[in-house]
Design a protein around this ligand. Structure first.
Ligand code: F3S
Length: 401
């Protein structure tokens, strides 16, 4: 053990703690060690990547911007691959879509500071669909709750739901305290959920996720009765369970890779059918006409954009539709000719941002329609929105001509 810490440290970690790489990495190592002590970790584990939240100027404000610029000026650099959660602005379309100019300018300074730290300024909540795909068993330090659920459950990687500072410290030190979901014990199922409804859309998976998250909190649900869900359905499910509860790991027998290691026998049971899903939609839906339609929470995959492109071809929308995605996915959609029918219909592909961290309320929007359980949970409180939560196909049927 290190003389300075009760945690086991390797040679490189001891060097960081001794200040051999400068005062700032030393302070961040101390932060990680303190967190490790609080959580009863025995050691720090090297991480393959970090994913950093706390990117939007809306959440950081001037104090956060100043902190990041000071950090960047110190010469610190990340030690592992690190990417960002969505920012508050699509830099390419800020002016076109009416993002406030002062907000956009501060947002650009935040991204510039992260770039100086060596962070990949790909700002997406679905990095696993945009080139950063963890391997089974890899340790990570990811912050975005929906990405954490996907990485643990679907990919079999191991990450806790990091806060902004701890993910940044892990990126700059290359390690994280080994506790929680880094260990086998926390990955065991806690509740058996019998799904007795046919799920017809990704929004249905979001509604299911909201219902389950509210009941299991930070538990690890074992979900039975799902008919071979694909990556985008699992993305929507995990995001909603993380938003309405604090689910960071789940199992779907026959689908997720660690389900075969466990049994649901003896777990507390929940049953959910169509009536519960419809009640969830109703609870999260206000009366009224939307001013804005949004899809891509979590960020849309190329497959989702391809489906939308086919649906919108030759049609016109009667409301603006934002399709949020990563910059690399938008670029791929453009090159493949998928973006043009979407834009011709009046929709916009937005990259590097999302409605929840964008200054939606400053842009004059008051009522927003979404197909995401997570967005439906967050938009009222974080953006002052009245929300309509429906499957995308229903929203399109109402607003296409
Ligand atoms: Fe992603 Fe924003 Fe939704 S970060 S999961 S699009 S709330």
């Amino acid at each position: 053990m290190s003389a300075a810490s009760p945690l086991l440290l390797d040679e490189g970690q001891r060097a960081l703690l001794a200040g051999e790489h400068g005062p700032l990495p030393r302070r961040l190592m101390r932060l990680l060690l303190r967190l490790g002590e609080l959580y009863g970790a025995r050691r720090l584990v090297p991480v393959a990547s970090a994913q950093i939240a706390g990117v939007s100027y809306k959440s950081l404000g001037d104090p956060g911007l100043g902190f990041l610029e000071d950090l960047a000026a110190s010469g610190a650099r990340v030690r592992v691959t690190a990417s960002l959660n969505p920012s508050g602005v699509d830099p390419e379309r800020a002016e076109e879509l009416g993002f406030p100019a002062d907000f956009a300018a501060k947002q650009a300074r935040i991204l510039a500071a992260y770039a100086r730290l060596g962070v990949l300024c790909s700002a997406t909540c679905a990095p696993y669909q945009a080139g950063l795909l963890p391997r089974f068993g890899e340790h990570l330090a990811w912050a975005e709750s929906s990405a954490v659920a996907y990485a643990n459950a679907v990919l079999g990687a191991r990450t806790n739901r990091e806060g902004g500072p701890s993910a940044l410290a892990a990126a700059l030190c290359g390690c994280t305290p080994e506790h929680g979901l880094h260990l086998d014990e926390a990955r065991r199922p806690s509740h058996r959920v019998r799904v007795e409804a046919e799920l017809r859309s990704t929004a249905d998976f979001g509604a299911l996720g909201v219902w389950v998250g509210r009941r299991v909190g930070a538990g690890v649900p074992w979900l039975e009765g799902l008919c071979e869900p694909g990556p985008d359905a699992l993305k929507a499910l995990g995001a909603a369970m993380a938003a309405s509860g604090a689910v960071a790991m789940y199992h779907v027998p026959g689908v997720t890779p660690e389900a075969c290691l466990h049994s649901p026998a003896g777990l507390p049971e929940l049953r959910v059918g169509r009536a519960e899903l419809e009640a969830t939609y109703a609870e999260l839906t206000c009366e009224g006409e939307p001013e804005l339609l949004v899809t891509g929470c979590p960020h849309a995959s190329l497959a989702e954009i391809a489906a939308l492109s086919r649906r919108l071809a030759g049609r016109r929308l009667t409301r603006p539709l934002w399709v949020c995605t990563s910059a690399s996915t938008r670029e791929a959609a453009r090159r493949l000719g998928l973006a043009a029918p979407i834009e011709a219909a009046g929709a916009r592909l937005l990259a590097d941002t999302c409605v929840v961290v964008a200054p939606l309320e400053r842009m004059g929007f008051r009522t927003t329609a979404v197909d995401s359980g997570k967005a439906a949970c967050y938009l009222p409180g974080l953006c002052g929105q009245r929300v309509l939560f429906r499957p995308l196909e229903e929203l399109l049927e109402e607003h296409l001509r």
